[in-house]
Design a binder for this molecule. Structure first.
Ligand code: B16
Ligand code: MG
Length: 217
């Protein structure tokens, strides 16, 4: 098979933390005096914390100085961390654990490639840290997706050539990052938000090693 390593995005692929990000950003928007809809939240998926704040402020037509933005980003993160602190392994998306186990049994290396600076906290809370051979998160990269840095660092830590890597992503910025890294990519979710993915799956419930092998002979 062409694939020697799989790299997973976190939010929207392994767990659904997007709703926690959303309620935290919504609270920030309300404090600033404007409404932030779930539809608006789609624009923040896969985007770094500071870039998310810039998008939020553009939506609310609010201009702030850098130090005020940093305070708001901290406030949002404190809210978000308080929400995720109660996460449990029950929140792992269906089919993810068995797919990770099958990959390991078939000697495919596994990495996490997430924009989140809270990725390690989440992996520990849901008891999944041990299933990854490498974890690249928002603390280890300086360039946000669609820059390929997060996935290229993952491939390098695993010691695998990018063209033998397969990325699973739920956000357009992440699909673009994987493509920019010269990797294979499967979109997780709805086709309209996942242009340029090689294949699209709704989730991992029907994903297994045999299916992977048939897609990437
Ligand atoms: P944090 P992913 C991304 O995670 C989220 O999709 C995005 O909404 C969030 O702004 C970003 O992490 C940064 O998260 O504020 O925790 O550092 O999809 O790349 O796993
Ligand atoms: Mg994501």
């Amino acid at each position: 098979m062409k694939i020697k390593a799989c790299l997973f995005d976190l939010d929207g692929v392994v767990v659904d933390t997007a709703r926690y990000h959303y309620i935290a950003w919504k609270k920030i928007a309300e404090d600033l005096g404007f409404h932030f809809s779930e539809n608006d939240n789609e624009r923040l998926k896969g985007v770094s914390r500071m870039d998310s704040l810039d998008i939020l402020l553009t939506i609310g037509k609010v201009t702030l100085k850098q130090d005020q933005k940093e305070l708001l980003a901290d406030k949002k993160n404190n809210l978000y961390v308080s929400y995720i602190s109660r996460m449990t392994p029950d929140e792992i998306l269906p089919g993810v654990i068995s797919f990770l186990d099958e990959l390991r049994n078939n000697k495919i290396l596994i990495a996490l490639g997430s924009a989140s600076k809270n990725a390690m906290t989440i992996l520990d809370l849901i008891n999944l840290t041990q299933k990854f051979d490498a974890v690249i998160d928002g603390n280890k990269v300086s360039l946000a997706k669609p820059d390929p840095e997060v996935f290229l660092k993952g491939a390098s830590e695993l010691g695998i050539n990018p063209n033998s890597c397969l990325v699973f992503e739920d956000a357009q910025a992440g699909i673009d990052a994987a493509r920019n890294a010269g990797m294979h990519v499967i979109g997780v979710g709805h086709a309209e938000n996942l242009k340029n993915a090689e294949f699209i799956i709704p989730g991992f419930e029907n994903m297994n090693f045999d299916r992977l092998r048939s897609l990437y002979l």
